[in-house]
Design a protein around this ligand. Structure first.
Ligand code: UDP
Ligand code: MN
Length: 407
């Protein structure tokens, strides 16, 4: 047996130390299978090269580390969630009402529904909590004596509108209760200071609400719109519904026929069918028109209630910056909606917490820190079609849009 050279001893020592470090901190070996991770991406778009093609494991669910095989591919992030659902089942279990077999279905007497006196004065959450003792943790409620016809997720995109939020919750909770709904209010907040992205927040909310069971109806709701009549149903019918045709700031007149923003109600099936919202609209504007285009492409008709009940008061707020790219994006919305949207939503979940009056989802909508300029955006758009562009010309021309495949 030859002697071990002293450099070999050093080597062995080093290896030993590294081994101990690894045991202690789990730093060196890629032990993703057991280690909880904070970041995960929900995407399946094989063409996107700017991030890894992996399905990150969900970090912690019900205190358990949940591992997923990286090699399993799913057609959409929704499928991913469905596959993961078994791990989610305990979350929100308390909320699932255990009706008895003979619990009657809820019957709403619509004659009891009347106008709402909207109070726009500043209020605080503590006061609203006191006023709404029926609301359970996470902003959840279900009638005790009858079985609701609808399980409704109210989804509110949010950042830095604290005063609006308190007034919103003050009016929404009593109304949803009165309508005998089983519901949960989700406030989905954009983390950080980047340009606001309402479409991505809606997609993220859609995915995250799955953790709380299945929903019959999703109501997407601006935080600054307050219903003025109890008769406006916070539930879904067979068509996606534009619930806010008569809005105070527009003089209670429909501003244009194809508007589908403000407050809308859709089934999760419809949302999935049109691949959710586009993630490409940063700052204010047009993501809702893009969404209308998505519905139209699928020949889905939109419904509206009569303006006598579909009326909303508006709360004051600072203006959001205009999105510069919105017009161009809208022009090409129909040719890209299947390739980009819910299925390509990427985000970093910062937190999901249940506070007293709502379930708070906080997410980073730009985890890859991609540049939010026109150039990168257009490159992303064109990469959907396997094309690249040379940027730097004065004018920016989409090459041969006719070549784009229509789905
Ligand atoms: N929003 C927000 N913080 C922002 C921008 C928008 O919370 O900085 C949310 C909020 O729910 C708001 C909705 O996005 O009601 C629509 O934005 P905004 O009110 O600015 O647009 P408007 O519909 O008034 O033109
Ligand atoms: Mn507004």
């Amino acid at each position: 047996m030859h002697r071990i050279h002293c450099s070999q001893v050093r080597c062995l020592l080093l290896l030993f130390v590294l081994f101990m470090l690894e045991c202690y901190f789990g730093l060196l070996v890629n032990n993703n299978a057991t280690k909880p991770r904070k970041i995960y991406y929900l995407t399946t778009d094989k063409n996107e090269s700017h991030h890894e093609q992996v399905y990150y494991k969900y970090p912690l669910i019900n205190g358990e580390k949940v591992a997923m095989d990286y090699n399993i591919g799913y057609n959409s992030s929704y499928d991913w969630f469905m596959a993961m659902k078994k791990f989610f089942k305990n979350i929100g279990e308390n909320e699932t009402v255990r009706y008895k077999k003979n619990t009657p279905n809820c019957k709403l007497d619509t004659t009891t529904l009347g106008p709402i006196k909207v109070l726009k004065n500043k209020t605080n959450l503590e006061y609203v909590e006191e006023q709404n003792p029926h609301v359970l943790l996470g902003g959840y409620y279900a009638p005790a004596h009858c079985r609701s016809t609808y399980r409704v997720a109210v989804i509110v995109p949010y950042r830095d509108r604290k005063d609006n939020l308190a007034i919103f919750l003050r009016h929404l909770h009593p109304l949803l209760k009165k309508q005998l709904l089983e519901y949960r209010i989700f406030v989905v907040e954009q983390h950080g200071t980047e340009k606001f992205n309402k479409g991505s927040l809606y997609n993220i909310a859609f995915l995250e609400t799955q953790r709380f069971g299945s929903w019959d109806c999703l109501v997407f709701h601006d935080v600054d719109l307050i219903p003025e009549h109890e008769g406006i149903p916070y539930s879904c019918n067979q068509h996606p519904t534009h619930m806010s045709p008569a809005v105070e700031s527009f003089g209670y007149v429909l501003p244009y026929k194809l508007i589908f923003g403000g407050v809308t109600a859709l089934t999760p099936q419809h949302y999935r069918l049109v691949n959710g919202y586009s993630n490409f609209y940063w700052n204010w504007g047009a993501e809702d028109d893009d969404f209308y285009g998505r519905l139209e492409s699928r020949n889905i008709t939109v419904s509206r209630y009569n303006s006598s009940i579909a009326r909303y008061a508006t709360l004051p707020h600072n203006c959001t910056k205009m999105g510069k790219e919105r017009a161009l994006l809208l022009m090409i919305s129909k040719i890209r909606y299947q390739k980009e949207g819910l299925s390509t939503t990427i985000y970093r979940l910062i937190n999901v917490t249940e506070v007293k009056l709502y379930t708070h989802i906080v997410a980073d909508v730009n985890p890859t820190k991609m540049k939010l300029d026109m150039k990168s955006l257009m490159q992303r758009v064109l990469s959907l079609y396997g094309q690249t562009i040379v940027y730097g010309h004065k004018e920016f021309v989409l090459s041969n849009p006719a070549k784009f495949e229509r789905i």
